[in-house]
Design a protein around this ligand. Structure first.
Ligand SMILES: [Zn+2]
Ligand SMILES: [Zn+2]
Length: 573
């Protein structure tokens, strides 16, 4: 140990080069998604780091048009990547694993991952990062390993995907318990329940800091079990008369099994539609969560089956436009179709932001005469995150000195923090991404800031959110664009006529006059108003034309479009 005892005794400030245990989130605080949490040990200039999760989040369509996916900006840890001892992935949900393939090359630290998550990651290498050789260290479920100064024990948690690991991260400064996503479920459909016994044992050893899931901190009670959902699905499918189509997250292998069991129990055949489901089933079979001889039919066989012998499991529960569900609802699927009286079950929660596309699909299905069942009407889905009674139980087992709510928007973090205090936790901190908190020695305190931000995947490019044209796209979406092209001589005479093109602007005003004519009149009026001697100043002419056209359209429309002027100056003798 360094001389902190002596320093403390004499009442001096801790010496700068003392070792500390710190935590900082590069994503995941104040948002659901983009999880990336760093733990650091050592003096400020020589810390060794452990990264827990490396996930993505999805754009808000109207606010971030054209953005495919959002990833955390890792600039802070990229600058110290030599001291990054490992990346631990708690589970294979996209908000925890989704950025690994695109960002790993910037860090190149070993990835510690359990077999199912490794199975879900590897097939995507070819799609997203061909040729990338990841340093994957597969750790058994509930395994334990050292990464630099971090002694990491995996503790099995129930959730909505196989193999979720809470982490007991033991350090010379104390133990951090990082919950990952979890719930208490004594009867999950596949995999073991949350290892309550082990959590209580680690709690009895003493936990310095608890960093935990806040997603459902505003919901009272306990979450129902996956098995209750399985029984409910079975009863609903048994009573169905015609086709049944169920859509869910492909990675929820327990739910896939529940639907397969329900199909068998009602004498129906299981049809699988969607690449993500085929991949998850394959990995589920390889890792033993589904039987080796798991029986299902491919979507090509759908049309050969009688309506009352089909249960079709399909991707697209979030309204993804290219997934099977959306195409089915538009009657545009090459192999699948629905008719009046068929039943469609959304065995999923709609992620905030996806309500509209999901609603559109459900309305299309209703117009086709299908019955649509969601978790509003029946127990066809259950959350994978702890509600308030489960959080209370967790605090009773872990009894941490410090609690840091994570994995939630601001309101979730705040409610979780209040509950942690009610449970007797002395030091509860609500942090934002980038705030570096010292967990030990001494009381937990924010000591510094790390740079944080977002990267947009925009087509083939990965760019900092600050440097993208997304703001212009938003404006274009709202007000459209007018392009004016002019050719002038060096002396300032207009050659030929101006050309005007409109995109996203109404074609005529309320008296039926074409907008293009209004724009052309504005161009002429503007040029006439500029004295011939001044027309040689191309920049001035362009700006004057731009303003006149914008003003003319604005008067007619009541909105100011983007106006671009292309001025071509030619020599004439
Ligand atoms: Zn999750
Ligand atoms: Zn999550």
């Amino acid at each position: 140990m360094v001389d902190k005892g002596a320093g403390a005794k004499e009442g001096r400030k801790p010496v700068q080069h003392d070792s500390e245990l710190v935590m900082v989130a590069l994503g995941g605080l104040g948002e659901v998604g983009m999880n990336a949490y760093l733990y650091g040990i050592g003096p400020p200039e020589e810390r060794e780091w452990l990264l827990v999760d490396l996930g993505i989040t999805f754009p808000e369509g109207d606010w971030e048009p054209g953005v495919d996916v959002i990833l955390p900006d890792l600039a802070f840890i990229e600058a110290e990547k030599a001291s990054l001892k490992g990346i631990v992935i708690t589970h294979a949900h996209e908000d925890h694993i989704g950025a690994v393939l695109e960002l790993w090359d910037r860090l190149r630290a070993p990835i510690y991952v359990t077999p199912f998550s490794a199975g879900m990651l590897k097939p995507k290498v070819g799609e997203i990062a061909p040729g990338l050789k990841l340093d994957i260290r597969v750790v058994p479920v509930e395994g334990r390993f050292n990464a630099g100064p971090f002694d990491v024990e995996l503790v099995n948690m129930a959730h909505s995907i196989p193999e979720v690991s809470a982490l007991a991260i033991r350090t010379k400064h104390g133990t951090v318990f990082h919950t990952a996503d979890w719930k208490l479920d004594a009867t999950p459909v596949i995999g073991a329940p949350t290892n309550e016994k082990r959590i209580a044992e680690i709690g009895a050893e003493g936990i310095l800091a608890f960093v935990g899931d806040s997603t459902n901190a505003m919901r009272d009670g306990r979450s129902p079990s996956e098995t209750e959902v399985a029984h409910s699905l079975r009863d609903i499918i048994k009573q169905a008369k015609d086709r049944v189509v169920v859509t869910t997250f492909a990675s929820n292998v327990g739910r896939v099994k529940a639907v397969a069991d329900a199909a068998r129990a009602s004498g129906r055949r299981l049809v699988i539609a969607g690449r993500a489901l085929h991949r998850a089933i394959q990995v589920g079979m390889e890792t033993g969560y589904l039987p080796k001889d798991f029986q299902y039919l491919d979507q090509q066989q759908y049309s050969y089956l009688r309506r009352d012998e089909i249960v079709c499991l399909s991707t697209g529960s979030q309204g993804e436009p290219r997934a099977a569900m959306a195409r089915l609802a538009q009657n545009e699927h090459p192999d699948l179709s629905l008719d009046k009286g068929d039943l469609v079950i959304f065995s999923s929660r709609t992620i905030p932001g996806n309500e509209k596309p999901v609603g559109r699909i459900q309305n299309s299905l209703a117009m086709m005469g299908c019955d649509v069942l969601t978790d509003n009407e029946a127990l066809v889905h259950v959350t994978g995150h702890p509600r308030r009674d489960e959080l209370r139980q967790m605090y009773a087992w872990t009894k941490p000195r410090i609690a840091i709510p994570m994995h939630g928007e601001a309101r979730h973090l705040r409610e979780h923090a209040k509950l942690a205090r009610e449970c007797g936790v002395k030091e509860v901190l609500i942090l934002t991404n980038g705030e570096i908190v010292r967990l030990a020695p001494g009381p937990a305190r924010i000591i510094d800031d790390a740079p944080v931000g977002r990267l947009y995947r925009d087509g083939r490019l990965l760019v900092n959110a600050e440097d993208t044209p997304v703001r212009e796209r938003r404006k274009l979406a709202a007000v459209g664009i007018v392009v004016v092209a002019l050719t002038m001589t060096r002396r300032g005479d207009l050659l030929g006529e101006a050309q005007v093109a409109l995109d996203g602007v109404p074609t005529q005003n309320d008296e039926g006059e074409p907008m293009i004519d209004l724009a052309l009149d504005a161009v002429d009026g503007c040029l006439v108003s500029i004295p011939p001697a001044r027309r040689k100043d191309g920049a001035m002419v362009s700006e004057a034309v731009r303003r006149s056209v914008r003003s003319a359209i604005s008067q007619a429309w009541g909105k100011k479009p983007i106006v671009k002027v292309l001025l071509n100056v030619v020599d004439t003798r």
